[in-house]
Ligand binder design. Structure first.
Ligand code: 6R9
Length: 646
């Protein structure tokens, strides 16, 4: 920790929406009078029918129920598009920057209206109705945003699946959502390489069953097999449908989307977000956290397959009438200057990315950054995992030339939007700290027994009352929602994160305290990787833990016990890595596989992950109590055969 504090720059305290006094006052009001505060904030969106009740929420595990603005009606696409037409029809809504620096496209609000309406009519032509689930498996092309907004327009529920997931992972999500329609592309393009999206969608549809339409957007124009009756090219039907499509009137609590995310147990959960509260919350956070003003060019580098892409590429920015940049490529293609070149090309004011990208670019040195101008930049953001102070300092000094504040935003798929964050005109920054709670957010740090800790302390992070962007349930499994989030610390939302609060009341997220690992900003359950490994015919048992990784934050370390008669070998190691990539997707590739004749277990048969974590972290001296192990000698073997991690 550098211990350094960065004051709010003088020009920022002048131009920002909020200074520290305004933050303090609004924060106090937001938590002492949530009905008044959020009732007013709901005025940032158009309502078809006004609500009469603001907050109706309970975290009581016998009756977890979260409703905001429940009797009002509105439509998300209307708020993100139609209502802007009169004042900003010719303003650019989306700047698309392709993987190849020569490819780009600008889409005005008027054009967005036409594209989304047409897309909505195409979905209708394929029988999609209000409440139906549509799976979107697309690369980062404008059609991904069109498809999401088209669903919102007609009241369909989208489930976006990251293009890096395997056919199996995609199939699981299609099945769980009971989705009959998949929107995909012939192929995706990333870093100059093709991704066989349609082929993956075909395999997933076969596995999942129940898919009656695969809508194919042409991205590379590669020839892909098309199954008659089921598969159709988007542009072929788009020509045949009207350009005009009215917005469905949606209840505030009607579902907007499902997004699958990993937890510590079982299969990924379908996190369900609804209409009005989510939109109000993403809009207010996008405005204040990024201090978004009319005319700013805003760029979030996330993929729409993750919640950051949903909330801060599409919904928050478009609700605010912003210009949002959508990037198809990767940070190091064609060179390590790509991010900074895109910033110069499109005069980006606000740039929001992930620590893993910052660390990777930092390793490439200052030169690729310094050869670009970046003079348009005035604010930097970070999200997805804790940012180490070294990376923070480099981002601030080299990328932002000491003039751009950094907003380190902590939040989750479940929270819908940012919960702990600096506000650039109000908050002094400490590198590595997400600083203070956003409006309406009441964090609580608890000890293992669930006691509330006060003042400077460290423990597990809970949130004690609801905010409008909170997930409403696990799709199709409300009991799992209650069990996962409200039972560990009764009556409180448990985030799964560890957290320290310092003497200034600043929050420092220390990472997950459950069996979730965060690899390059992607959430993975260790249980998911384990079940992929044990599905291999030569594997009898597997235990997976995270370990510190210079660029990815955490790497994946897998201990594997083979079936009797199988011999460890380099070939088998490579085969298992390839197997996990195929089962889950490249993001889940184990970095290290250690073959272990047996795993450390308690007498009741539970694997002692604490020990496995220590060995993976190279902390042999500090293995803690091993006396409860059924066979303590197992540990010596593991230590002696530890694999060097990359
Ligand atoms: C938005 C997003 C959520 C988990 C979360 C935490 C980690 C996210 C962070 C951060 C420290 C930050 N996380 N932002 N940790 N500082 N600024 O990433 O959602 O994919 O659901 O991941 O990511 O561990 O619990 P999601």
């Amino acid at each position: 920790m550098t211990g350094k504090v960065y004051e709010v720059p003088a020009d920022w305290s002048k131009r920002a929406y909020l200074d520290d006094a305004a933050y303090q006052e609004m924060y106090k009001r937001s938590v002492s009078d949530p009905n008044g505060f959020w009732g007013e904030q709901a005025g940032r969106i158009d309502w078809f029918k006004p609500f009469t009740r603001v907050k109706n929420t309970s975290f009581d595990p016998h009756n977890v129920s979260i409703k905001w603005f429940e009797d009002g009606t509105t439509n998300v696409a209307h708020n993100c598009i139609d209502r802007h037409l009169a004042t900003r029809g010719d303003q650019v809504a989306i700047i698309w920057e392709g993987d190849d620096p020569k490819d780009d496209r600008k889409i005005t609000y008027k054009e967005l209206h036409a594209e989304v309406s047409r897309f909505a009519n195409v979905l209708k032509a394929r029988g999609v109705k209000k409440g139906d689930r549509v799976t979107i498996y697309l690369p980062m092309i404008p059609e991904a945003a069109f498809a999401m907004l088209a669903c919102a327009r007609i009241g369909a529920i989208h489930s976006v699946v990251f293009g890096g997931f395997s056919p199996d992972s995609l199939a699981g999500r299609i099945e769980d959502a009971k989705s009959a329609v998949i929107v995909t592309a012939d192929e995706g393009v990333r870093g100059g390489r093709k991704v066989p999206l349609k082929a993956n969608a075909d395999a997933a549809a076969t596995r999942a069953g129940g898919v009656d339409t695969i809508l194919v957007v042409r991205r590379t124009h590669a020839s892909v097999p098309m199954q008659a009756g089921r598969d159709v090219y988007y542009d072929d039907i788009a020509k045949t449908v009207p350009a005009d499509c009215p917005c469905e009137e949606m209840g505030a609590e009607d579902p907007l989307f499902i997004l699958y995310t990993s937890g510590s147990t079982g299969r990924p959960k379908g996190v369900l977000h609804t209409t009005a509260g989510y939109l109000v919350f993403t809009a207010i956070t996008h405005q204040y956290v990024f201090d978004y003003h009319d005319g700013d060019i805003y760029w979030c580098t996330a993929d729409v397959g993750w919640v950051t892409g949903h909330s801060y590429i599409v919904y928050g920015p478009l609700a605010n009438g912003a210009t949002t940049l959508m990037f198809e490529g990767v940070p190091n293609y064609p060179s390590n200057s790509r991010f900074w070149e895109v910033i110069d090309k499109h005069k980006v004011d606000i740039f929001y990315t992930a620590p893993t990208a910052i660390r990777a670019l930092m390793q490439a040195g200052d030169e690729p950054v310094k050869k670009t101008s970046r003079k348009s930049l005035r604010l930097l953001g970070s999200v997805g995992e804790p940012i180490n102070p070294e990376a923070w300092e480099w981002y601030h000094r080299v990328v932002g030339e000491d003039r751009c504040p950094i907003v380190d935003t902590w939040w989750q798929t479940e929270t819908g939007g940012i919960l702990i964050t600096p506000l650039p005109g109000a908050t002094k920054l400490k590198p590595g700290s997400a600083t203070r709670p956003f409006f309406g957010v009441l964090p609580q740090i608890v000890d293992a027994a669930g006691n509330q800790l006060d003042g400077a302390c460290e423990g597990s992070l809970c949130i004690v009352d609801s905010w409008p962007g909170q997930m409403r349930t696990v799709y199709g499994d409300h009991e799992r929602f209650v069990q996962t989030y409200f039972s560990t610390y009764v009556g409180r939302y448990f985030t799964g994160d560890g957290c320290r609060r310092d003497e200034d009341g600043y929050y420092w997220i220390t990472g997950r305290v459950d069996d979730v690992i965060n690899v390059a900003g992607h959430r993975l359950g260790t249980a998911e990787v384990e079940s992929a490994l044990v599905a291999h015919p030569k594997v009898s048992e597997a235990a997976v833990v995270g370990y510190p990784h210079d660029i990815k934050g955490q790497g994946i370390y897998a201990y594997v016990t083979l079936m009797t008669g199988q011999q460890p070998s380099e070939e088998l190691r490579a085969e298992l890595v390839a197997w996990v990539r195929k089962e889950i997707g490249p993001i889940a590739s184990p970095d290290v596989i250690q073959f272990a004749p047996s795993l450390p277990k308690t007498r009741s048969g539970k694997i002692m992950r604490r020990i496995l974590r220590k060995i993976a972290e190279n902390e042999f001296g500090n293995l803690g109590d091993t006396s409860t192990l059924a066979d303590p000698t197992v540990v010596d073997d593991l230590v002696n055969n530890r694999q060097a991690s990359k």
